[in-house]
Design a protein around this ligand. Sequence first.
Ligand code: T5A
Length: 210
Amino acid sequence: METSTSGGGIFITFEGSEGCGKSTQIRLLAEAFRARGREPLVLREPGGTSAGEVIRHLLKHAPEGDALTPEAELLLFAASRAQLVREVIRPALASGRAVICDRFLDSTTVYQGVARRIPPEETAGINAFAVGGCLPDTTFLLDLDRAAALERLGARGEEADRIERESEEFFAAVRRGYLDAAAREPARIRVLDASEPPDVIAGKIVAAIF
Ligand code: T5A
């Protein structure tokens, strides 16, 4: 596939609500790259740098995160991303690597912008500042209804983090926000039915990339 990013690398991101299968598909796509003789760089947001992992802990698990305002939450996600772009993603793309990231700026557009109701122009401005022009070549949105996602997360048996404890209304806004984002940018964001079996979804992703 043709890439827009400088340096010959390709930047692929995965988006969708909790439990939609991003990690599963990223693992399968990384295997597909390896089968073709390329070792991709796999990252996750928030996190992926030393500073980013500290921010991740604050945002997801630390008791101090409970009092965060939507604005402070947005800036922390943006700070983690700004560091990841400059410390890791840009150098990797410049050296020709494939970079696969679990969540990127669309998560902020949707979770902080749509679900936390921060005005879209403010969210877009901070996103643009954080990424400094480093945008995904392609994004896979794994669309799944909330009941199916909850069933998968329940089967995993892990304790819910701060954001996973949000209301059903919040997650309805997340799903709607993602589908609206995909409608605005159909050339970049491909919507996939995440209720299909993992190998079927992976086949569609591989066909789109190679
Ligand atoms: N956030 C993040 C913001 O609010 N703003 C931002 O800007 C950013 C970057 C990050 C949190 O931060 C928020 C969003 C999130 O709340 P996280 O811990 O990184 O959280 O977790 P998530 O991104 O939510 O990912 P999860 O690990 O919860 O889910 P995945 O990776 O989407 O799903 P996965 O692959 O682990 O699969 C879940 C289960 O389903 C099974 C798997 O085996 C697994 O058990 N499964 C399937 N089952 C049936 N059919 C399929 N097709 C399946 N695919 C997977």
